[in-house]
Design a binder for this molecule. Structure first.
Ligand SMILES: Cc1cc2nc3c(=O)[nH]c(=O)nc-3n(C[C@H](O)[C@H](O)[C@H](O)COP(=O)(O)O)c2cc1C
Length: 336
């Protein structure tokens, strides 16, 4: 029987299926259930800058009525009195002790000082690695893309120097050239890339004429975007790539590995199909590997990456042009 063992930025994982950061990884009971279901690792719910700042404000008794920043934070984190940074750090330590599989803490900060200070504090809780969640939605017309990237590089440089544990960076796809920023972060010592983050997007309720913030679950077809970048990156960077978004089945995991990923993260799949679906996905991968006599993940990892595929153009513009210039070829299968 083939082995599902793999690695992610130096961590040895019993299999490539990682439970991604979400509310499912925010309490000890559910992370134990995730481990029992067979996950290779867990990324804990992120610690957010807002939690840190609000706790700071509270300590300084700086909560002026009508203070804009406080108002925004209190709306985002209505239960924040129970979720300050200190409490989060204590919980991270408990979570690390509660399971045997690798536990990765996650941080989403804003200021450089907070990134560095809390990366260090999270690492001090004994976690196996850190994930920096670079969630940044544009809202300032005057900030050039290049300066956002330079700041992110500086953050990785400083965090890298401040902690010993392996460092993953979870990115959105919203860069003019994601390959460029990934290459530069790779050279700064990021050991892993999680591709991609999925932002919560606002919606509008036309009945009440109000803005809503629905839960942002993915669908399976969303996994084609990370698949493209995983395929393009294989063999081009030192870091390991963990594919994320829209991974629902064992076949989705296999596709990502064929493209070059060494692991995947699953969130929506666990919400929709239950934590036990981890076992179903692992069984599916094992069956597939056995049927083809693959004895390890590395035996087929990257086989269909841009570097190794027979048709390397499949990942690039040539395929796009081919599809648009020969639509019949592609639409015929839809009609039949
Ligand atoms: C309810 C919920 C909570 C989430 N919380 C976090 C979080 O705290 N930190 C983070 O980096 N990503 C968070 N995410 C994003 C997921 O980790 C993941 O990147 C995204 O959902 C895409 O993966 P999926 O298609 O498997 O859901 C959250 C997603 C959901 C649905």
């Amino acid at each position: 029987m083939g082995s599902l063992q793999t690695r992610f930025m130096g961590l040895q994982l019993s299999n490539p299926l990682v439970a991604g950061s979400s509310d499912l990884t925010s309490n000890v009971d559910s992370i134990k259930r995730i481990e029992e279901a067979g996950a290779g690792a867990i990324v804990l719910k992120s610690l957010f800058e807002e939690q840190i700042q609000l706790e700071r404000f509270k300590l300084e008794e700086d909560l002026e009525a009508g203070n804009d920043l406080y108002g925004e934070m209190a709306t985002i984190f209505p239960k924040l009195q129970h979720a300050g940074a200190k409490e989060h750090l204590m919980w991270v330590k408990k979570a690390r002790a509660a399971v045997k599989i690798p536990v990765i803490a996650s941080l989403n900060a804003v200021t450089r000082a907070t990134w560095v200070e809390y990366a260090r504090q999270l690492a001090d809780q004994g976690v196996d690695a850190l994930e920096l969640n670079f969630f940044a939605t544009p809202r300032d017309f005057d900030v050039a893309g290049g300066s956002v990237e330079d700041e992110q590089l500086q953050i990785v440089r400083e965090v890298r120097a401040a902690v010993k544990v392996p460092l993953a960076v979870k990115l959105s796809v919203f860069y003019s050239n994601p390959l460029n920023i990934i290459g530069r972060l790779d050279r700064e010592g990021a050991g892993g890339f999680v591709l991609f983050n999925r932002f919560f997007q606002p919606d509008i309720n036309t009945e009440t004429e109000s803005i809503t913030q629905p839960f942002n679950f993915s669908i399976q077809a969303d996994n084609r975007l990370p698949l493209r970048f995983v395929g393009l990156l294989h063999g081009k960077i030192k870091a390991d790539v963990c594919a994320s978004t829209g991974i629902m089945t064992g076949a989705d995991v296999i596709k990502m590995i064929l493209a070059g990923a060494s692991s995947v993260q699953v969130v929506t799949g666990l919400y929709r199909q239950g934590v036990k679906s981890i076992r179903t996905m692992l069984d599916e991968i094992t069956r597939w590997m056995n049927a083809r006599s693959y004895d390890s993940i590395d035996a087929f990892r990257g086989k269909l990456s841009a570097k190794n595929a027979k048709d390397p153009w499949a990942y690039t513009r040539a395929q796009y042009a081919k599809m648009l210039l020969n639509p019949k070829e592609f639409t015929e299968s839809v009609k039949s």
